[in-house]
Design a protein around this ligand. Structure first.
Ligand SMILES: Cc1cc2nc3c(=O)[nH]c(=O)nc-3n(C[C@H](O)[C@H](O)[C@H](O)COP(=O)(O)O)c2cc1C
Length: 350
């Protein structure tokens, strides 16, 4: 939380959140447009501010931060500085927390409330370190605690502040259905995002849409489907098959942040925009480089992308490298951010 670094007296409180960015207002709007809500997933390391601004520019309705560990967030100013940066344009925004206790989740939600449109509790992280700390998938075995965590966040932040949960499915769907029934009872949870894979399912295995549909049938709140959205067509098909109100994409947006806008590959203009956002809202240089490499997957040979990553060690060298090979426009230049095809100055170095 960049703003919290300076003494409280020196910084004015942020303006109230725009009610039009309330995720349930977004849902109402997309329903009238007869389409699902388009959501950018929480992604550790990747779904940071410049990436969220880019996704939002290309028709993503709601963006998530990477998972932030609530325990560290509530205890350490340094953790808050390192883990959370936002701006007024960064909306609708959901901050995702990994938490294991009612107190940590409630306090983290309360601290971030002025800067976000909602919080989400990660109940689906399968990594053993997380499960060992009682975070992520560990919560799939503790629905009563999740219900209490959501209830606490609602109590501290007020009923209008969105609190959601993101889950994976269990092999026995009745276990998942029971979990959902317990969590939604009296907790005030606003919606549930379901990643249609089990804790042990690899991401190369197709997402189980029937399992997501089974959650939709028991849920009394909106459900968003997550898994294997790589094109706008996937998004519409998955919403239709599962009956979900929204769809969330992770890997698909990493390689093509413009997918919800209907582009079948990253338009070159998105790379220009991303570099601009990364300059005005800095992230580590290697991360900027990695994002660009992902976005150019399938359009620039892997060998050339490897050379790009190995031979440039600063943002200045990186931009110079791109300038030498491609027509890279700057803000204010005609055509900035709007070209689709890559315009080369020289042929790929092979
Ligand atoms: C690089 C990466 C980081 C992720 N980090 C998170 C995270 O912080 N929180 C979370 O709930 N899920 C996280 N996930 C899982 C995704 O949000 C999503 O549930 C999963 O990738 C399935 O969606 P997809 O098929 O669209 O990739 C991450 C996935 C990837 C690929």
């Amino acid at each position: 939380m960049a703003a919290a670094a300076t003494p409280a007296a020196a910084i004015p409180p942020p303006p109230p959140r725009d009610p039009n960015n309330h995720p349930l207002a977004v849902l109402t709007r997309t329903r009238t447009q007869h389409r699902p809500v388009f959501i950018s997933a929480p992604m550790v390391r990747y779904s940071k501010l410049p990436f969220r601004l880019l996704a939002q520019h290309y028709s993503t309705d709601i963006c998530y931060t990477p998972m932030i560990l609530a325990k560290e967030f509530v205890r350490s100013e340094l953790a808050r500085q390192a883990d959370f940066t936002s701006s007024f344009c960064d909306a609708p925004l959901i901050v995702q927390f990994g938490a294991s206790t009612v107190e940590d989740f409630g306090r983290a939600a309360e601290m971030v409330q002025p800067y976000a449109d909602g919080v989400d509790l990660n109940c689906g992280c399968p990594q053993s370190w997380a499960v060992g700390c009682g975070v992520g998938c560990a919560l799939m075995g503790a629905p009563e605690r999740v219900r209490d965590m959501v209830r606490e966040a609602k109590k501290r932040c007020g009923a209008r502040f969105v609190v959601s949960v993101k889950i994976r499915v269990h092999g026995d769907l009745e276990v998942t259905r029971r979990w959902v029934r317990i969590v939604q009872e009296g907790s005030g949870v606003d919606y549930i995002t379901v990643h249609g894979r089990r804790r042990s399912t690899r991401s190369s295995v197709p997402v189980d849409l029937e399992a997501i549909r089974a959650v939709v049938q028991v849920a009394q709140v909106p459900v968003f489907a997550n898994g294997d959205v790589f094109t706008r067509g996937d998004a519409e098909r998955i919403a239709s098959v599962t009956g979900c109100d929204g769809v969330m994409a992770a890997r698909g947006l990493l390689t093509n942040p413009a997918l919800f806008a209907g582009f079948d590959k990253t338009p070159w203009g998105a790379v220009e925009r991303f570099l601009d956002y990364s300059m005005s809202h800095p992230i580590p240089f290697r991360l900027t480089q990695h994002h660009v490499s992902e976005m150019l997957d399938g359009q620039v040979p892997k060998k050339e992308r490897n050379i790009m990553c190995e031979t440039t060690t600063t943002i200045v060298e990186f931009i110079d490298w791109l300038d030498e090979r491609f027509i890279l426009r700057r803000p204010g230049e005609e055509g900035f951010g709007s070209t689709v095809e890559i315009e080369r100055r020289q042929q790929p170095s092979t």
